[in-house]
Design a protein around this ligand. Structure first.
Ligand SMILES: [Zn+2]
Length: 97
């Protein structure tokens, strides 16, 4: 069973999923909306976590530094990963006061 995000308070959760305008990568392109969560989410597992992605077993690189191949673990401990569902759930919690 997935661990609940006990330490994520409602205000932090709301800040993570608040829509912010992102400047376009090139002039002339339309700016789009994103969230702090989307901007910081791991490119491999899609969650938020510190340090290495727990889902990744091994990364192989080309000589130019670009990623050649990523091998994922069949199972990984996601107790230190904050998933978007967890953030949305925490953002909807009523404040206990
Ligand atoms: Zn990850």
């Amino acid at each position: 069973m997935r661990r609940k995000p006990e330490k994520l308070d409602r205000d932090t959760a709301r800040a993570l999923i608040k829509k912010v305008r992102q400047d376009p990568p090139f002039p002339g392109m339309t700016p789009h909306e994103t969230t702090a969560f989307e901007q910081s989410a791991c490119q491999h597992c899609g969650g938020l976590h510190a340090r290495n992605c727990p889902a990744v077993e091994e990364v192989e690189y080309h000589t130019d530094g670009k990623v050649k191949r990523v091998r994922f673990r069949a199972w990984f401990d996601d107790s230190r990963v904050l998933w978007l569902d967890d953030v949305i759930e925490a953002a909807q919690l009523d404040q206990a006061d």
